[in-house]
Each structure stands twice: as C-alpha cells, then as structure tokens.
Design a protein around this ligand. Sequence first.
Ligand SMILES: Cc1ncc(C[n+]2csc(CCOP(=O)(O)OP(=O)(O)O)c2C)c(N)n1
Length: 331
Amino acid sequence: MVGAGADDAAAWAALVELAERLQAPVFQESFGARAGFPQDHHLFAGFLPADRPRLREKLAPHDAILVVGAPVFRQSPYTPGRFTNSGTRIALVSGESDEVHRSPVDLAVLAAPRSVCQDLAGRVRKRNADPPEQFRPPPTPAPPAAGEPMLAGHVLAALAERIPRNTIVVEEAPVDRPELHERLPAREPLGFLSAAMGGLGFGMPAATGLRMALPGRPVVAVVGDGSSIYQIQSVWSAAHYRVGVVFVILSNGGYAIMDRLAERQGGESPWPGFHEVDVAAVARGFGCPAEQITTYSELLRVLDEVVPSLEARDEPLLLDVAIAPTGTFAP
Ligand SMILES: Cc1ncc(C[n+]2csc(CCOP(=O)(O)OP(=O)(O)O)c2C)c(N)n1
C-alpha cells in the first residue's frame, strides 16, 4: 500500500520494480494527498476503502502488507473493529515520524521511502505468481438523456479522455473524490494533489501555485462549488500573475457530502443549498475569465477547445459546470 510519502520519480520506479518482482498488487491509501504509484500500471489495484469493514474485506486475501509513505490506516468516518484480520503482518516505511510513531504495525522504519524501496527491490527474489487483478476505470457513462442533468462522472470521464498524462489534477470535490480517483488515474509523479483528509480552501490556490512553480505541467483543479467559495478570491492571483490554470467547478448547488453524511446518521441536513451562488460571475468579479456550462455538448465543445491549451496557456479559466448532486458517498 502506497501513499503521499512515496510521490517522487525515484520512489515510483523502486516501487514498480519491487511490485513486479513480487507480482504484488499495489493499493493507494484512502484520502491521501498524493499518489505513491503509477495508477495505470497493471499491478495497481485501486484505492483502499476508508472504513474498517470494507478495508478488512479488501485486505483479507493478503498475509503480509508493506505500507510505504502512508499512515496505517487513514479512515473516515470512524467505524469500530480491527483494520485487518488478526494474523496479517504489516510493515511500514515512512519519512514521517508521526506516521511511524502512531501506526499499529509489526515493523516500522523511519527512512526515505525511495531508498528503502530501492534497496528492497534489489534484495527480494522474483516470485512466480499470477499477476493480481488490475484496477480498471469504469466505462464512460452514456450521455445524459434529453432534459437530464449532467453527473460528475460525465465531467470526469470527459476530462480523462482529454488531459495529457503529465497533467497535475488538484482535487477538492468532496463527494466526487472517489469517482475522480477511479476516472483520473495519476500517471506521473505529482499527477494528483489534494489536502489529505479534505480541509477546504486549499485546492484553488494550490493549483495556481503549482502552475507558477511548474509552468511546463498542465494543471486542472476539480473543485466543488461549495469548496470553491472557501477561497474563490485566489482566482485574482491566477489572473493577475497570468497563471494558466484551469478550474473545473462541479456545481451541484450544495454541500452534497454533508448531506450524504447526515443521511448516514439517519438525519436530514439542516444547512441550505445555495443554487443562487453564481461561481462564474464571482470569478469574473475577481478578473478571472469564466464560463458557465449547463449541457453535455457544451462541456465537450469547451474541453476540446481548452485542453489542448493547457500546456501553453498563460491565462486562468474557470468552468462552472452544472451537475446533479451525487447520491452516494462510500470512500
Ligand atoms: C475548512 C473546512 N471547513 C469545513 C469543512 C467541512 N466540509 C467538508 S465538505 C464540505 C462541503 C463541500 O461542498 P462542495 O465543495 O460543494 O462539495 P460536494 O460535497 O457538493 O461535492 C464542508 C463544508 C472542511 N472540510 N474544511
């Protein structure tokens, strides 16, 4: 299992070598900030669930787990019980002393993941085994029927079909994070960035800063409309400093994740929706070009126009895409 602490080219290369020698499936930590392994590699097995019953089930076939650059195990919301079935041995390699200190493991090593994995890859013998099942993104959803709203999956699949493999995808779209992971695999180091665990207000300025620091990388921020208003004024910086970041706002008119979490507790959410908020207009108010997108054909047309410009553009753009709220949340 890999996490944010393994997100550099040397660690990815060492982990690929190690996993290939062992023919071991590689899972990504839940709610992580960055990707620790190429998510289009045939040994990538998907994201670990963030609740213990599903985590236990997922890890049950495995008697030994090596965790690299991630806590053991990040979970939310809390559910009681063990992380793994008893008898499962867990080793952790992390450069974060807190992770090493807190994780309930059999062996914890405080060290740079890349060095330990390089060393391990040179020591383990090749294992003769059938490769595990590869994680595959779900098929592209059929276009919305006439009069039906778009879903997050339409937007994420349309992006997945277009963005270059070296794109940095910055995520702050809480209820749609699981589907974003499924549809937008990190294919190069720093291909994915998020605030681990989902503190809001990070995504838009982070995307702007990344594009300033790494002008050769396309940067797309996928942000919920609720999250966007935690730091919408950051678009001024992007416009003022001519930063070619593209913000894709998944506008469902509310805090969908909070609604889903309230329903899980058997309640109804007391907070209102905010369909009146016009994120594109607010962005324009701060000097950032913005477009509102309400139909699937418009979405495809705009993405066809904008995505080829990602690498070279020196102007931000905010796409405010109207979608229906996602009805489930099981990270
Ligand atoms: C700083 C901060 N304040 C509040 C929260 C609680 N919170 C988590 S998600 C969320 C709503 C996000 O809304 P939106 O971006 O529209 O996402 P959706 O669930 O609709 O995808 C809130 C208020 C948080 N995570 N961080």
